[in-house]
Write a protein that binds this ligand. Structure first.
Ligand SMILES: [Zn+2]
Length: 364
């Protein structure tokens, strides 16, 4: 069985790099179709206008609205082809980026991704999460290729609320523990191959970076500044975490998180918040006591949830949790990438124990 590492072609990160956006569009033609989030359009659009001025570009902007659904993706893919566009660029949050990635995929054009928050793995992954028009989950769209270019302007990202950066840290915290489990079990990563040394070690780096710079980054963003710690955490949340999970592999944390989508209160929490708590449950399953303590201490320091109550789920309904763990253990779940057999009964006990540990720490 071969080893595969999937990654964006080029990853660029730095403060105010959007001002020289065209530098990174070499070979992508002069007629981009830009899908932009309405929340960032007012301040990003003028930066791009200044950048493209006098450079022979013919740029068409579309504002993202509605849902990242098949209808919108198809409409944009048709517009991209019939309008003679040379690449598709997505600028904004996860749904805008996933829509742009889908449109690039169906139109066969190069894709350039510009995240404006660092809360998820959407920017660098070769996958779009597709929803129905009413906002309910439809399916995962696995793309033929990762984005050609991912451009991360940390001046923009550090201006977003720190809660988003912290949610990204929750998702990144799971990366090492899941990649470690996947390597121990010898199971496949998310691109249906074995993990390379590079992928497993990038996943390990996520956890080291979070412990060293996570709190400093959150405090800097709260204070309205962008420091080297912020740079490290943005790269961790955006690049390392994505390559780490896609090519390093997923395991129990994301498997349990899938089950959480069946508990209405938890379904509305940011993905990274749920994943952070599910990571604690994975560590209980592994009986990894020292790692569990470290993960709880880190989570508490940056404001990630360590118990159900932190996720707004104070009245824990055992029947609901049992339904969630059944869903977490369906045959296709990544929970079966653990290096031992996992049953829904074990996951139920692990979740209740993780909740108890977390509450104990909150009291201390
Ligand atoms: Zn995730």
């Amino acid at each position: 069985m071969s080893k595969v590492l999937k990654s964006p072609g080029t990853y660029v990160q730095g403060q105010n790099i959007l001002r020289e956006f065209d530098r990174y569009l070499q070979g992508m033609g002069k007629r981009p179709l830009i899908l932009i989030d309405p929340f960032v359009d007012t301040f990003v659009h003028p930066i791009l206008d200044r950048c493209f001025a006098g450079k022979d570009y013919s740029v068409v902007y579309e504002t993202f609205s509605g849902e990242c659904c098949q209808t919108l993706i198809d409409k944009l893919a048709v517009a991209a082809k019939s309008g003679g566009h040379t690449c598709v660029i997505g600028i904004g949050g996860g749904k805008t980026l996933d829509t742009a990635k889908g449109a690039a995929h169906y139109s066969g054009l190069p894709m350039v991704i510009v995240p404006t928050i660092a809360s998820s793995d959407a920017p660098c992954s070769a996958c779009s999460v597709i929803y129905h028009e009413d906002g309910t989950f439809d399916r995962y769209l696995f793309l033929d290729a990762s984005p050609n270019v991912v451009l991360v302007d940390t001046a923009v990202i550090s201006g977003a609320p720190s809660k988003l950066l912290v949610a990204g840290m929750g998702d990144a915290m799971a990366t090492w523990f899941e990649a470690r489990a996947c390597r121990a079990s010898g199971k496949n990563n998310q691109v249906y191959a074995k993990p390379t040394q590079a992928a497993t070690n990038l996943a390990r780096l996520c956890w080291e970076n979070l412990k060293r710079d996570g709190l400093a980054a959150k405090l800097a963003v709260d204070a309205g500044v962008c420091t080297e710690a912020v740079e490290v955490i943005v790269e961790t949340n955006t690049y390392l975490s994505t390559v780490g999970f896609e090519s390093g592999g997923l395991a129990a944390a994301h498997g349990i998180q899938k089950g959480f989508t069946h508990i209405p209160t938890l379904h509305h929490q940011p993905h990274g918040f749920n994943v952070a708590f599910c990571t604690l449950a994975q560590l209980v399953l592994e009986d990894a006591g020292e790692d569990l303590k470290e993960a709880i201490t880190f989570s508490r320091s940056v404001g990630l949830p360590v118990c159900f109550a932190d996720l707004g789920y104070s009245e824990v309904d055992p029947a609901q949790v049992r339904t969630a763990v059944e869903k977490a253990c369906v045959p296709a779940s990544t929970i079966h990438n653990m290096p031992f057999e996992v049953t829904s009964e074990m996951v139920y006990h692990a979740l209740i124990a993780a909740d108890a540990y977390g509450r104990e720490y909150c009291r201390a």
